[in-house]
Structure formats: structure tokens, C-alpha cells
Design a protein around this ligand. Sequence first.
Ligand code: SF4
Length: 333
Amino acid sequence: MRHYNIPVFIPELACPFRCVYCNQYNISGTCKAPEPKEVNGIIEKHLQTIDYMNNDVEIAFFGGSFTALPQEQQNVYLEIAKPWIDSRKIKGIRISTRPDYIDEEILQNLKNNHVTAIELGAQSLNDKVLSLAGRGHNAAQIERAAIMIRNMGFETGLQMMTGLPGDTEKSTMETAHRIIELGAQTTRIYPTLVIEDTDLAELYQQGKYKPQSLEKAADLCAWLYLLFQTAGVKVLRMGLHPSENFYEGGSLIAGPFHPAFGEIAMTRVWNYRLKDIIPERAEKLIVSAHPTQINAVIGHRKTNKEWLLDKFRYVEFKAEPGLKKEQIHVDFY
Ligand code: SF4
């Protein structure tokens, strides 16, 4: 059984803030929230291509701060989902929002309207980094919101960023540890990008902000992934999902963007796992992994395969359905 999200983007519509890195219009590729009647069309279109009988499907209201909308407007969107949930084509609703737009009344309303998962844009749990990012909330507010969400039985997601102004590898790892301690079940990791018409773009042009290199960002994400995986926190995404316009580079100024960023980071994850188990010397190596993971093990542009071929005369990759998705096995002769 696979999980599918039907994404409905609600851009900055409800957001009175302007985080230094954010230009929601450019990120989502659309400047207006869909009319409620359009949402049904989006759902229908997606369901035509998903085997909803045998998979988990959720509607995901992403992009802005859902709970910052007036409650009546939230409910208009949430009620659109109801008939789909009643007919069992959709399992539930996910929303993303800000930590300072969470209280008991808001959560109870979401609970009453079939919301199953809440993802908070935490971004960092370091107050200095949050303040430099212009987030408009502090770490204590994230912690309070995350605990409330978890205690009310929602799937709790805490999204984080890397490479924010003032952030270091140490403070990034501390954020990840705190996300784990707060009991998050999921996370998304977004390296900071410099996008046109943002305060960060200005800082970058004035030489006051230096973005992460693609190398560094992918490497840090790989370490974070391994940390989260060990703690049982599911990493739903690494890297920004670009809109068409953004993909063409129209609004990206600088930063560790790559259309296959997640793949590059996963190549490193598998590289670290391989490093742990390959022998120092051998003639022949047979690397086995779950069939869905074998290409990721070989790596983006076959980098892991080539790395192994530099060390061993013969390397073979074998899909092994008996292994778990995160497992890898090496035979050598
Ligand atoms: S809270 Fe979200 S939508 Fe609002 S400015 Fe910050 S990143 Fe953008």
C-alpha cells in the first residue's frame, strides 16, 4: 500500500508574515488560492490516476498557513473533502501551518473535520536563527504547538530548514534532535534557497548571506535523514518541489537547488550505509537491497556504483525482496 497526497496549494493568502526566504507566489507558481469549487476538480483529476481502493490517499492543503485563515474559510475547504472521505476514496486531510496559529479551539475544529495530520513549519528550534529568518515566532511556541498537536492524536510533522542565516551544522543537528524529542512522526527538510523579491535575496546581493553549496546541503540532509530514520521519524521530502516556472530558474537567484536534490541526498545516505559494511579488501562484491531501493543504492548518476568500482574489481547489485527498505546486505569474495 502506498501513500498519495492530493496537493491543494493555498499560497500566502492568509499569511501576514514575510519570512526572509519566502516569496510564496514564486514557490507555488500560482498567485491565488483555488476557489473552493476548483478543489473538487483537483481531487477528481488526481483520483483518475490513483488506485484509491488499494492505497492511502489524503488531501493536502499545503503552501501557506492553513489555520491562519478565518475558521469559516478553513471549514469551506475542509467540507469539500467530506463527501470524498465518506465515500472512502480519501482517507483524511493533511494541512501545513505555522506554530503560532495553533490552539485548542483550532485543533478541535480540525479534528471535527477529518484532519489527520498537521505539519508545522518549524524551520529551526534555535531562537536566534528564527529571529534572523523573520519567522515571527520563537522555539517555545513551536514546542507548545507540537505537544498540543501530538496530544490530540494528530500525526505530527515538524518541517525544518538547513542553511538559514545564522544557522550552523551544530544548531541544525540540535534542531533535528529537538524535533525527535518532541515526538514528531514526520519531517521535511528544505535547504534554504535565495529567491527573487525576498529579504534574503537582498542580503545575498549585499554579501551578507552565503548560501550552502549543493554538496554541503546534500551531505547535511543525508546526516539528518540517518538521524531521523534511526529515531523512527519519517522523512517525507528533502529539497523543494519546484513549480514549472521555478524549475526554469525564473525566480531562483542562488542556493543548493537541484531538480534531483532528494535523489542526490539519498545517494549519500546509501553511501554512508555502504561505508559501514563494505570490507577493506575483496575481489568481488555483491550488494543487495530491496527492489524499490536498488537504484537509489546505485546512486544518482551511478555515483555509488562508480565509487565501489574504484575499490573493487567486480561489483554486482541485486534486488532482494526479502530485505527491508532501509536494509542493505553485502556479500564479498
Ligand atoms: S509563514 Fe510561511 S507563507 Fe508566511 S512568509 Fe513565512 S514561509 Fe512564507
